[in-house]
Ligand binder design. Structure first.
Ligand code: PMP
Ligand code: GLN
Length: 387
């Protein structure tokens, strides 16, 4: 294994899900729903397979039906904010958001370029920046026990920009903290990007999982259309994480660049699922609000249960994750806590330290996923209250 990758080892999600299988513990670690998405969307995939649609290499940028559906989705949800994209030149279908992140970084970075990422960050960011030869520059989101959430210090962000900064890798709603960046914070990111001529890759895979307030795409801010690569995922929006269908929207120039990398990573993304996701994107608004309301109720169950169990809970405004502080329970090392939690309580969680360069900053925090059936969450909470 080369030096660029050696420091990353095995992803924490694989490690913790294997631990859950081995111990039979409830898996609130890796973020995947324990019920599949809509039946009619599954049927659409079956139909596509059976009818021979997408069983041979689909077009490189994605099938036209899906690109059109992505453009229509952007228009439906963000048209009032001025967002639009041309399905032929401004949409690229990828193998999940994971490939979109990798291809964007590989396409846009020169070796030695600096990339600012909000810490804690989703684990593939660091590895992909490294594979692209970039240097990551973390800007730490700080927990604020008063407000019960995490916040971005805009001065710190501004100070992190140097002459070598090429881009900001943003994520809102934010995994693992559940923070939804405010309009003011996004406006400031946009101002900074324009001033310093930076690109922004914005990972908005949890765009429909916002429980308070609304999701504001960074691309809708003044001056950002030209410099933003926006990433979405059917895994999150339709609860089919195994299908690995994601997409990038950006200007023709940026989409073209990302496609240059994507063509040599996977060439194209799996065909039949693209037909199904095209149908899913056209589901009525009630689907999207239903998903959000369902997860909001689950957030409340888990947040209340964890609070009652003695955790300090950072109540998420978005995503399907809750970050907690374990110090009130008498622990301060999230790694040790998570490695023994299956044995002690029959529950698996993720130590947030894996999402940090400054591991000490993340040490006492642990993430729980709530994209699970209500009865599973209630059982997990009962077990944790016996800790
Ligand atoms: N970005 C973030 C912030 C995520 O949480 C995830 C899902 N784990 C991904 C990207 C990857 O998405 P996908 O499964 O579509 O590759
Ligand atoms: N995005 C999910 C999480 O953060 C799962 C990621 C993965 O398994 N790669 O837990």
């Amino acid at each position: 294994l080369n030096r660029r990758l050696a420091e990353f080892g095995t992803t924490i999600f694989a490690e913790m899900s294997a631990l859950a299988v081995r111990t039979g513990a409830i898996n609130l670690g890796q973020g995947f729903p324990d019920t599949d998405g809509p039946e009619e969307v599954r049927e659409a995939a079956v139909r596509a397979l059976r009818d021979g649609r997408g069983n041979q290499y689909p077009p490189g940028p994605g099938i036209p039906e899906l690109r059109t559906a992505v453009a229509a989705h952007q228009e439906r949800f963000y048209g009032h904010l001025g967002v639009s994209c041309d399905p032929d030149t401004e949409v690229l279908v990828t193998a999940g958001a994971t490939e979109a992140i990798a291809a964007s970084l590989l396409a846009l970075l020169e070796p030695g370029d600096e990339v600012i990422a909000l810490e804690p960050y989703y684990d593939s960011y660091a590895a992909c920046i490294a594979m692209a030869g970039g240097t990551r520059v973390p800007v730490t989101l700080r927990p604020d026990p008063e407000s019960g959430s995490y916040a971005l210090d805009l001065d710190e962000l501004r100070d992190a920009v140097t002459d070598r900064t090429r881009l900001i890798l943003l994520n809102t709603p934010h995994n693992p903290t559940g923070t939804v960046l405010t309009r003011d914070a996004l406006a400031e990111v946009a101002r900074l990007a324009c001033e310093r001529e930076l690109l922004v890759i914005t990972d908005e895979v949890y765009e429909h999982l916002v429980f308070e307030g609304e999701h504001l795409p960074l691309a809708s801010f003044p001056g950002m259309r030209e410099r933003t690569v926006t990433i979405g995922s059917a895994g999150k929006t339709f609860s089919f994480t195994g299908w690995k269908v994601g997409w990038v929207t950006a200007t023709p120039e940026l989409v073209g660049a990302v496609r240059s990398a994507k063509q040599f990573l996977t060439y194209v993304s799996a065909g039949p699922f693209q037909y199904a996701v095209a149908e899913a994107l056209a589901l009525p608004d009630s689907y999207y609000t239903g998903l959000r309301d369902d997860l909001r109720a689950k957030r409340d169950i888990l947040a209340t249960g964890l609070t009652d169990a003695g955790f300090q809970v950072f109540r998420p405004s978005g995503t399907y994750f809750i970050t907690t502080d374990i110090r009130p329970l008498g622990f301060d090392d999230g790694f040790a806590f998570c490695r023994t939690l299956p044995e002690r309580a029959g529950v698996v969680a993720i130590p947030n330290a894996v999402f940090y360069d400054h591991q000490d900053q993340g040490a006492p925090f642990v993430r729980f996923a709530f994209c699970k059936q209500e009865k599973t969450l209630l059982e997990a909470v009962t077990r944790l209250q016996r800790l």
